[in-house]
Write a protein that binds this ligand. Structure first.
Ligand code: AMP
Ligand code: MG
Length: 329
């Protein structure tokens, strides 16, 4: 990773930096490659909603932003998960490039990986298993990295990013470990990882730094994720989900899962996760009539860009960065 420049005092200071321009050129190419990869495999791109009566509650410590919608309390999307499931009524394979707003806790301003506004490459596949979604995520990451390495070597060089780092990424399958194994490794390394919780960003950074290639962590425990991650019928308390972790300390790139779509199970899971089902009117109405089974994932675009470009902080991968608590353009 290169050293972090000071947070810019104005948009022009940021945008006119040579490093910012190279990073954003690479990001633009990553988006074009993402669209080429997914549409080439039969995925339909839809534009995601920005506001709605409810949004993804599975965002742990961060807060949602309310919008006054003609006297009704709407939310800015923290993620488009509920709409991804709904979209599969019309199309078998969909993706969005979706903006998300999450008021992350103030202490995350210094993690180098949290923005209050970011984007996800959001993918959902009807009648797919978790393993199908993992394969698409793996191939998508390899395709995008390969295209950047081939097409923009000058920008990578300008940023000091050694393209050898990617040689292993574009070849072969990514490894996988379970949440249980990752927790045991972290505890053995002296990191106090709770076996019943999401791996915190410090823990992700530790396991990420030990690897030279991306890898999956699967089987997160119930209670660590949103109500829409499906519980494994063969392993009660374990979810059919995954994270994709970037190597070299860059940490989490994506989260995904097989989805819960059964009406009664969704209501139970909402209650278990402290959500009031009455708030989810349109979504539960659809579920009662039948939402398709599916699997999918969301890759954080700025985090993916940070990894590809080797930048120190994720805000360097945004044209108009919003760092938690920092007033900016
Ligand atoms: P999540 O649903 O929280 O797993 O978010 C999906 C993906 O979005 C993550 O795997 C990250 O790559 C990205 N992401 C989540 N929160 C943030 C954030 N505060 N800033 C930047 N990227 C994020
Ligand atoms: Mg996640």
């Amino acid at each position: 990773m290169t050293s972090t420049p000071a947070f810019p005092s104005s948009p022009d200071e940021h945008l006119l930096r040579e490093n910012t321009r190279a990073t954003l050129r690479i990001q633009s190419r990553m988006l074009a490659a993402t669209r080429a990869f997914l549409t080439g495999r039969g995925f339909q791109e839809l534009l995601p909603p920005v506001i709605g009566p409810v949004t993804d509650p599975g965002i742990r410590g961060s807060k949602q932003v309310d919008v006054d919608f003609y006297g009704h309390k709407y939310k800015l999307m923290t993620s488009a998960i509920l709409y991804k499931q709904a979209s599969l009524l019309a199309f078998d394979k969909i993706f969005y490039i979706a903006p998300n707003v999450r008021l992350e806790p103030l202490e995350t301003a210094v993690t180098h990986r949290h923005l209050a506004e970011f984007h996800q490459i959001d993918v959902e596949i009807r009648d797919a298993r978790r393993e199908d979604a993992m394969e698409v995520a793996e191939q998508l990451v390899a395709y995008v990295v390969d295209e950047v390495v081939r097409e923009l070597p000058g920008d990578l060089e300008l940023l000091g990013r050694d393209t050898d780092a990617f040689r292993e990424v574009v070849q072969g399958v990514f490894g996988r470990t379970t949440h249980k194994e990752a927790t045991a490794d972290l505890v053995a390394l002296g990191h106090p990882q709770d076996p019943g919780a999401e791996i915190d960003w410090q823990g992700e950074e530790i396991i990420s730094a030990k690897s030279s290639r991306p890898f999956f962590v699967v089987d997160y425990p119930k209670g660590s994720r949103g109500f829409y991650d499906r519980e494994d019928p063969g392993q009660p308390g374990v979810l059919r989900n995954f994270d994709l972790i970037a190597p070299e300390g860059y940490g989490e790139l994506a989260s995904g899962s097989e989805r819960e779509h059964d009406y009664a199970a969704l209501v139970t899971r909402m209650r278990e996760t402290g959500e009031n089902p009455a708030k989810y009117g349109w979504y539960l109405d659809l579920a009662r009539r039948g939402i398709p089974a599916s699997s999918g994932f969301g890759i954080g675009l700025e985090r993916f860009t940070r990894y590809v470009t080797g930048r120190t902080a994720v805000w360097e991968a945004s044209a108009y960065p919003k760092v938690p608590g920092v007033v900016s353009a």
